[in-house]
Design a protein around this ligand. Structure first.
Ligand code: AKG
Length: 251
């Protein structure tokens, strides 16, 4: 069954992102939240490199968990079979390789902004063919840190990034926002079950959470089968980053 229309595929190609309202039905959303709860129940058993807190000493400040697919079978299935996987295939127009499911929160009082970045800068792929999906688990708007995209920025190459102090987003675009970025900036409000998809080259960011609500979401990363990772550079960067974060006592 076709998950999306030809028009939506064209809009994704032109804009570099796509908003699919209520993509996950209520029952599938509930199942996702239950599986997430099971992950949370065993959080103390995971490696510190995969769990990020805004403040390590405060469990309520949990902001990110990497590789949910290795922590609950439910997430392995969610990323590798069925409607989300098929959507990745339609948008990439080739075989998608599931890489990571992440949990994101912006806990109230603690949260930091997500710096503007291009995922492709982190992925180190040649060719840079990959996409990210972002599933809202609850209402997300301008007050609790909705995602912003720079429309059509995926067509303009990789921007210069520099090291940030933001745990989980170690690189941000150095000169963001330029006047051209400002002119194309789109903030996406989302309801629970909405799915946002963006190209690995699309510039995106999110404000900090200024509300008293949480801002929970699940991210899916797929590389295209034709994209080859520069494994040596990638492993070296990950190692360096883990060392830095440990030295800064952040993980
Ligand atoms: O949840 C966020 O704030 C950012 C997510 C993001 O940058 C991504 O999924 O690529």
């Amino acid at each position: 069954m076709r998950a999306i229309s030809e028009e939506q595929i064209e809009s994704f190609k032109a804009d570099g992102y796509l908003h699919l309202p209520r993509y996950l039905e209520e029952s599938a959303l509930d199942a996702t939240k239950q599986a997430l709860k099971k992950v949370m129940d065993k959080i103390n058993t995971f490696r510190s490199e995969e769990i990020y807190y805004e403040d390590k000493a405060d469990p309520t400040s949990l902001k990110q968990i990497q590789h949910l697919e290795n922590k609950e079978e439910f997430f392995q299935q969610l990323i590798s079979v069925g409607t989300v996987y098929e959507l990745a295939q339609e948008l990439l127009q080739e075989e998608p390789i599931p890489k990571n499911i992440q949990y994101f929160n912006k806990p109230p009082k603690h949260s930091s902004a997500t710096p503007a970045h291009q995922d492709g800068y982190y992925f180190m792929l040649n060719p840079c063919r990959a996409l990210t999906m972002w599933l809202a688990l609850e209402e997300v708007d301008e007050s609790n840190g909705c995602i912003s995209y720079v429309r059509s920025s995926h067509r303009l190459g990789v921007r210069k990034h520099q090291r940030t102090k933001t745990l989980g987003f170690s690189q941000g675009i150095a000169d963001f926002p330029s006047p051209e970025d400002q002119a194309q900036l789109v903030k996406i409000k989302a309801q629970p079950g909405d799915l946002l998809v963006h190209d690995a080259m699309t510039i995106h960011s999110a404000d900090k959470n200024r509300s008293t609500r949480t801002r929970k979401a699940i991210g899916f990363i797929y590389y295209a089968a034709s994209a080859k990772v520069d494994e040596v550079a990638h492993a070296a960067y990950q190692q360096q980053l883990a060392n830095d974060l440990r030295e800064e006592n952040k993980i």
